[in-house]
Design a protein around this ligand. Structure first.
Ligand code: PGA
Length: 257
C-alpha cells in the first residue's frame, strides 16, 4: 500500500498580512512546478486562511489547514471558529491536539475528543498531534503516554471516519528546541502508532494512514527522518516560515520515494 506523503507547515502565530502572502506565494510558485507525489499542507493563522486557500486553488497537491477549531458548530463562543465555518471556506484540514494548544489553552483529552468529532462531522480532515514530554521519555513510558492520547481523543472514531485522519507524532521535547528525535526514535514510535491503529481498526487502515513526524524538522535532518519506513512526512514549524527551507524539506520527502 502506497501511503500519501505529506509535508505540512504549521506557521503558528507568526507573520503579518503582507509577510503571510509573501511566504505563501513563495511556496506556491515553486510547489506548482513540483510533481504531485508529495501533498503540501499550509497552516497559516486563521485570518489568512481564506485568501491563501484561494491562492492555492489551482495547485491540486496543496491543501490548507486551520490550526484549531471549536467543538460546537455555532453559538455564543466569542472569538472562536467552528469546523463548519472552516469547511464552508473549503479548508481541507484542521490541526488538533497540538501540544501548544494542550499546554496554553488547557485542551484536555475530553475537549480534543469533542473537537475531533466536530471536525469529522463537518467534513474536514484532521492532523491529530500526539507526543510525550521529556520526563515521560526519560522514564521510557512514551508509548503508554501516546497510546492514551490516541485512545482518549481519537479512537472513538469509526473506521470510515478514521480514514480522514493523519497522525503527527511530535515529541514535546523536540518542538522548537532544535533537538530532533533520532530517526530510530521516530521510526520506533511511528511503528508503534501504526500497530495501535491496526489493533484498534484494521491492518489495512493502519497501512494506509499517513503518520508525520514533527519537532525541529529541518533541511538537514529531513532526509534521514523520511528514510524511515513508517515516517510518511513531516509537520514543520519553524522551518516552514522560510520558503527555501520548507521547499527543501518537501524535496527531501519527494526524493525518498
Ligand atoms: P518546530 O515545530 O518544527 O518549530 O519544532 C513543530 C510543530 O510544533 O508542529
Amino acid at each position: 500500500m502506497k501511503r500519501q506523503l505529506i509535508v505540512a507547515g504549521n506557521w503558528k502565530m507568526n507573520k503579518n498580512l503582507m509577510e503571510a502572502f509573501t511566504l505563501a506565494s513563495g511556496v506556491l510558485v515553486k510547489a506548482k512546478k513540483m510533481s504531485d507525489q508529495v501533498e503540501i499542507v499550509l497552516a497559516p493563522p486563521a485570518p489568512y486562511l481564506h485568501t491563501i486557500n484561494s491562492m492555492s486553488k489551482d495547485t491540486a497537491h496543496v491543501n490548507i489547514a486551520a490550526q484549531n477549531c471549536h467543538f460546537e458548530p455555532n453559538g455564543a463562543y466569542t472569538g472562536e471558529i467552528s469546523a463548519e465555518m472552516l469547511h464552508s471556506m473549503n479548508i481541507a484540514y484542521v490541526i488538533l491536539g497540538h501540544s501548544e494548544r494542550r499546554k496554553h489553552f488547557q485542551e484536555n483529552h475530553e475537549i480534543l475528543a469533542k473537537k475531533v468529532s466536530a471536525a469529522i462531522k463537518a467534513g474536514m480532515k484532521i492532523i491529530f498531534c500526539c507526543g510525550e514530554p521529556l520526563e515521560v521519555r526519560a522514564s521510557e513510558t512514551q508509548e503508554r503516554f501516546v497510546l492514551q492520547q490516541l485512545e482518549e481523543s481519537l479512537f472513538h472514531l469509526t473506521e470510515v471516519e478514521m480514514k480522514q485522519v493523519v497522525v503527527a507524532y511530535e515529541p514535546i521535547w523536540a518542538i522548537g528546541t532544535g533537538k530532533t528525535a533520532s530517526p530510530a526514535q521516530a521510526q520506533e514510535m511511528h511503528q508503534f502508532i501504526r500497530k495501535q491503529l491496526a489493533t484498534k481498526y484494521t491492518p489495512k487502515l493502519a497501512d494506509a494512514c499517513s503518520i508525520l513526524y514533527g519537532g525541529s524538522c529541518n533541511p538537514s535532518n529531513a532526509a534521514e527522518l523520511f528514510a524511515q519506513p513508517d515516517v510518511d512526512g513531516g509537520l514543520v514549524g519553524g522551518a516552514s516560515l522560510k520558503p527555501e527551507d520548507f521547499l527543501q524539506i518537501i524535496q527531501a520527502r519527494a526524493k525518498q520515494t
